[in-house]
Ligand binder design. Sequence first.
Ligand SMILES: [Zn+2]
Length: 427
Amino acid sequence: MAVRSQQDAYFDKLETMSAEDRQEYLNKKLAEKISYSYEHAPAVKTLLDKAGVKPKDIRTVKDLEKLPITRKTDLLEMQKANLPFGGVLAMPQEDVERVFISPGPIYEIQPSSCQWFAKSFWAAGFKKGDVAINTFTYHMSPAGFLFHEGLRECGATVVVAGTGNTDLQVQIMRELKVTGFVGTPSFLNTIIKRAEELGQNVKKDLFIKRAWFTGEMLPPSLRKLFEEQYDIDTYQAYAVTEPGGAIAYECKHKSGMHLMDEYVTEIVDPETGKQLGPGETGEIVATQLLNKNWGLIRFGTGDLSSYTAEPCPCGRTASRITGILGREGDAVKVRGMFIVGKQAEQTIMSFSQVARYQLVVGQKDHRDEMVLKLELKDSSVDQNKLSLDINNKFQDICRIKIDKVEVVPDGTIGEKGQGIKDVRKWE
Ligand SMILES: [Zn+2]
């Protein structure tokens, strides 16, 4: 196993490619992947034939728009109709080393190389000398194995812990002098709380320096707690198992997650499949490039995000996704922009004067119109200023302007009325 020099800041040369080189690289790998999959994975042949597209028609990332998106439900149906892999496998079945099972059940194979996971651990500072506790399950799901191998690729020693057994995890972490945690933020929080209940001083009795999270978003308040109160440097990664693993990861600047060049990652309008530009909210759609044995093209994750192509001070040149803003079903489209329920809620409720809100999406003269109704805790506040402040923040974060803000009497909205209410009629 090749362990990189401990001084290397980057995992590989791909991380610092110029924009032109990246475009060329992704286009080339994509064309190779499509033509190989078309030959070897029956599902990909069906996909292209149905769309009337020849492999040679997919030369660039933009060309992917010619193909439909395959979602989890589609994959499940494909597999049920053609067990076990639904025609996605592009290798002889007897050569498959490991089969993983995701909820569904959906059957997946171990990617031929797990190097790209290592990239996210490397950016989080995992190196030889680290003792990393892997609290993801090694049963059924690929998480345990894949993260394990990624950590090994960076040179770290891996403690095969899996999920659960909080008391035992605390003991293991102390006795093995574990320096790195790999798991979900909520589980690390549980472990820390339990350690304190058991009378331990987390900073003195445990040795944990860094934590790598995926599977859940890390709330800023929890990140602050881990970093400021316990001196644990925290990193997040975005991973989806169906197309084969990790897709984006944080660097030490922790301002969005860099996209991995082992995938073509698109942010698309979930209804049309068209690619969106920087700052626009859409669904994350991933095509894994390097595992030629798994022909899953344009996998729709159902997660909503946006991306920025602004340079990052870390020197990595890949675009960054700005975190997961919600799930596809949780969004409404207003004047061509997706508004994610959770994001709208966080934005509006960050104003402490607001007791309840309802965002009504209607139509006026064939144009979508948004009216924000507010119940206030104290109606004596400067309502004009508050309305303006909320609208400005909403526009910054959700990238669309509210047409009108109305303060309504208490009880108008009611407990069940809070949220986005779409009253448009599609006739
Ligand atoms: Zn960076």
